[in-house]
Design a protein around this ligand. Structure first.
Ligand code: B12
Length: 232
């Protein structure tokens, strides 16, 4: 399956030069070189959202294509993913907005779903806007998700879905969340979610967000809305 990546904006231009070297380093398992190239991108003032989508995500999608066509081993794919997760952790202290909004989101990958990098990136976008973003991890059991929402009383919840086989788990999670929290904004993202929009129940508080730019716009709009809770 060929996977779509967001169109690259002019602001991400330096990444076009860095990308081939980054992909090579990732496939070679060369963490230090990946770090150095990431630092070069930041020094060239590439925005974090561009870095995430047009370097990290683009490279991991390519890794997926290489794996699908048996050109790389599962081990190489695992190592590449671990390197990107390390890069995200390394950037984390830099991305947290010093001014906190008092808002909180809980994000989980749906039950059965082992892909977690995209959901972690979505959490980071919330942190950049001053939200407290809590990632429950891959394969979040639906009942544990609901229990956590009850305990943490977030302002929104996010669900991530990569593999289309997990659509049923997504719909189950949505139904469980709606039973307990009829007013809670629910954000859905991930490659698998692109095919499920039509299967979702009609609900103005459910938002399918195609990429991190759409998420960024959503957060800005939400934070400006008079009904938004929290705040300094
Ligand atoms: C790494 C990887 C794995 C790792 C994941 C480890 C980890 N720590 O996450 C492991 C080895 C576990 C794995 C397993 C499998 N994988 Co896999 N995997 C990948 C790979 C190479 C990279 C995933 C990734 O991190 N992408 C980068 C992130 C940043 O992209 P993203 O997830 O799309 O996230 C972005 C947006 O979608 C969005 N987003 C994501 N979540 C959310 C949530 C919210 C709330 C919001 C707002 C936005 C948002 O924001 C992100 C940034 O833009 C992909 C290739 C690919 N195309 O992604 C295959 C891929 C996803 N895997 C695939 C498959 C088939 C599998 C397996 C079924 C393989 C198998 N036979 O076992 C299993 C399924 C396991 C399971 N039960 O889930 C297929 C899925 C095909 C499909 N459509 O169903 C892919 C596409 C590979 C391919 N080309 O065929 N995989």
């Amino acid at each position: 399956m060929a996977t779509a990546i967001p169109e690259q904006p002019a602001s991400a231009a330096p990444l076009a030069t860095l990308y081939p070297a980054f992909l090579d380093a990732l496939l070679a398992g060369d963490r230090r070189h990946c770090e150095a190239l990431t630092d070069q991108a930041l020094a060239a003032r590439v925005a974090i959202l561009d870095l995430y989508q047009h370097l990290f995500q683009r490279a991991l999608y390519q890794v997926g294509d290489e794996w699908q066509h048996n050109r790389i081993s599962v081990g190489v794919e695992h190592l590449a993913t671990a390197i990107v997760e390390g890069l995200l952790n390394r950037l984390y202290p830099q991305i947290i907005a010093p001014r906190r909004s008092g808002r909180r989101i809980v994000i989980g990958s749906v039950e059965g779903e082992l892909h977690q990098v995209g959901a972690k990136m979505a959490c980071d976008v919330f942190e950049m806007h001053g939200w407290e973003a809590l990632y429950l991890g891959a394969d979040t059991p639906t009942d544990e998700l609901v229990r956590t929402l009850r305990a943490l009383t977030p302002d929104a919840v996010g669900l991530s879905l990569s593999v289309t086989d997990h659509v049923g788990a997504l719909l189950t999670a949505i139904a469980a969340i709606r039973t307990g929290f009829p007013e809670l904004p629910l954000l859905i993202g991930g490659q698998g979610s692109r095919q499920v929009e039509t299967a979702l129940p009609p609900d103005p508080l459910i938002h399918c967000l195609a990429d991190l730019d759409a998420l960024d716009r959503f957060i800005l709009q939400h934070d400006q809305s008079p009904t938004a809770t929290g705040g300094d």
